[in-house]
Ligand binder design. Sequence first.
Ligand SMILES: [Zn+2]
Length: 251
Amino acid sequence: MFTAKRQVATVVGNCLRMLPGSPVAGQRVLMYHAVGNRVDGDVNNIYTMSRADFLRHIETLQAVSAKFSMPFAPFRQLNNTEIALTFDDGYADALSTIGPELSKRGIPFHVFVTPEKLTSGDPRYLSTPELRELATIPGATIGAHGATHRSLTSLNIADAEADLRSSKQQLEDVLQTPITTMSYPYGHVNSEVRAAAQRVGFTAAACSKWGVNNEHSDALLLNRLDMWAGDNSRTIENKVLGYWNFLGRRT
Ligand SMILES: [Zn+2]
């Protein structure tokens, strides 16, 4: 099922690219997970990315950035053609691989961390001291990703708000800095959860719906592009240029 969808999207993306016109304006927020570590729940084997895959992605993204005048920028709501890199869940390789590789290239990046994982003892995830170290890497910004990685739309709204508040507070306690950005676990969000995120004090939040973001976008429902380990350079380029946005799915 997934393989068929990927094949169709690849073909449609290539066809759309042949149509006249420029790529749609807007910030592209790319969604990644881990580099080197096995990603929980990765049933289609698309998010578990090797170091070689990651370096290939970065090389392609740098080429796209230069070719189409799309500068790398931190994750936030903008209305030009920036590329922002985000990494969900807080895997330990954010410190060992992602941070060093991006920092030495001058590419900013965002890591959305689930605080419960910090003390889980699972070596795949950042520990509290590792998160503190990650936050000192030039270009790194830390955001929240739920306190416990539960689907916020599956909770009653009071529990969802408490989870959001806890995620923010725990990270602020660790890092001693305001945490104002987040991504929704599993991309699950509805109008009630969005309103709760706003009440808690988040000012920018990413979901998992395909698309770019412009001045009309809701800052608490920012679209992302789902990047997969096996994407070749043409697919990466087509995704960034917006030729996969027809998928428009919310996951
Ligand atoms: Zn997640």
